[in-house]
Design a protein. Structure first.
Length: 141
């Protein structure tokens, strides 16, 4: 297999893995939140971003981000915080309830991922870890 064919296959596999995780998270009987909501909550917990950054991060339109944020606020998982120095800036912060919620869901995601990763040998797990670390570092440059 040529190098470019291998890279195409890897890219395809990455998208397939994301789709599988997305589908598993969106099953309403398993999870009370959509994949997008969980990703959004995790981002907000880690970054405490201004409202406009949420849309950019998720690659969605600002009106879509507003709708998503409004639903999360309505569920009591996040709050809006006004910036007293610049009222145009609205920060989004996770609530205690939201923090518990995301911790539970990230634990569920980890369990699901472990089921797939357990099929690898210790050596394969080490190799995958090194490869993913290397790819992550390459994207940071």
């Amino acid at each position: 297999m040529e190098k470019s064919d291998q890279i195409s296959q890897i890219i395809s596999l990455i998208f397939n893995m994301r789709q599988i995780l997305h589908e598993k998270m969106d099953k309403k009987n398993d999870c009370q939140a959509s994949f997008l909501q969980v990703v959004t909550l995790k981002y907000i917990k880690d970054k405490k971003p201004p409202m406009k950054d949420v849309a950019d991060y998720l690659s969605i339109t600002p009106p879509s981000a507003t709708s998503l944020i409004d639903n999360l606020i309505g569920s009591g998982l996040i709050t809006r915080k006004l910036n007293l120095e610049d009222r145009r800036i609205i920060r989004i912060e996770i609530t205690k309830k939201g923090s518990s919620f995301i911790n539970e869901h990230m634990e569920e995601v980890s369990k699901r991922m472990r089921k797939g990763l357990i099929a690898l040998t210790k050596k394969e797990q080490e190799q995958l870890s090194k490869i993913l670390t290397k790819v992550t570092e390459a994207y940071k440059k």
